[in-house]
Ligand binder design. Structure first.
Ligand SMILES: [Fe+2]
Length: 309
């Protein structure tokens, strides 16, 4: 098999008390699209829900669908639950793992660790994410070593997936704090069978593509919305402000956002088939009175085709 096709999406953010995410319906729409375009599996890049123990039906909907679903863990998974409860609720043995599919290796990383001092790492758990903003987005040395071994011994080209980006030019202060070490693994892998050909991240709720060290880094938009710190009162359904605590902090994408990715190992191409979308009620981040920052907030996912060596 020389072609692999899969669907990526991210940041579904299910937590009805806070957000109007309509997660079951959004997930169903993305799954339907994935089935229709013959995706072989779905990959969600983190922040699936804010309390995994409270949404077993949604997790089952993802994991028991006609095509397999794989989770990457995001920081908000741990807003309420402990690390152990999140793993158990999402059916994961560990936060990081790999799977081989169609002559490719998918390496799933877990960057949801604090580093208190060099050598002292602990995992996000029970909302501690908000307490230690200066020392988050790390991976402990044993996981970095595991990434190196998993890539360097792979018989197949590798795709790295993480919630935060390994390197993130639009906002370097928000990239993975151990990103330079992973970037070195990517460079070292280029002469091996397991060379990294693509990196995927979510977290920033943006659609973007950076090519770093000749390897594409796809910034996958949220399936659902953009967060704005400055709440707005522009949505016409005023009763929903009472129903969802953070409704005014949402810039909602009307269409559930996802992308298909086709990797052709004979042609040595990666095709990203994105989609167009629109803001609910036409309310963009800028219209709400906030700024997108260095990467414009759009309710869509880009398309591109790149060749790898
Ligand atoms: Fe996130």
């Amino acid at each position: 098999m020389s072609k692999v096709k899969f669907t990526v999406f991210s940041d579904l953010h299910h937590h009805p008390a806070w957000y109007k995410s309509d997660a079951p319906e959004r997930l169903a729409a993305i799954q339907k699209r994935a089935l229709e375009n013959n995706s072989e599996f779905l990959l969600h890049l983190g922040d699936f829900s804010h309390k995994p123990s409270a949404c077993p039906e949604l997790i089952r909907q993802f994991k028991e669908f006609a095509i397999p679903g794989y989770f990457v863990l995001g920081n908000h998974e741990f807003d309420i639950n402990s690390f152990e409860t999140v793993l158990e609720s999402m059916g994961l043995e560990k936060g990081y793992y790999f799977f081989d599919h169609g002559g490719l290796r998918f390496v799933i990383m877990d960057d949801n660790y604090f580093r208190e001092f060099p050598g002292v790492h602990f995992h996000y758990s029970e909302r501690n994410y908000f307490d230690h903003s200066k020392c988050r987005t790390w991976m402990p040395p044993e996981q970095i070593q595991w990434v190196r071994e998993t890539v360097m011994t792979s018989p197949f080209p590798c795709i790295l997936a993480s919630h935060s980006a390994i390197e993130y030019p639009p906002k370097p202060e928000a990239e993975m704090q151990c990103g330079k070490e992973i970037a070195q693994i990517i460079r070292d892998s280029q002469t091996t069978a397991g060379k990294v050909i693509l990196c995927l991240n979510g977290h920033y709720h943006r659609s973007g593509l950076d090519i770093i060290d000749d390897v594409p880094r796809l910034d996958v938009n949220s399936a659902t919305f953009n967060w704005v710190n400055k709440a707005h009162y522009l949505f016409p359904e005023k009763d929903l402000y009472l129903k969802h605590e953070c409704y005014g902090n949402m810039i909602i994408y009307e269409k559930p956002v996802s992308a298909e990715i086709v990797i052709d190992t004979c042609e040595k191409t990666i095709e990203i088939i994105g989609m167009q979308g629109n803001f609910l009620h036409g309310i963009s981040t800028e219209i709400s009175g906030s700024s997108s920052g260095n990467r414009l907030c759009t309710p869509d996912m880009l398309s591109a085709k790149v060749r790898f060596p």
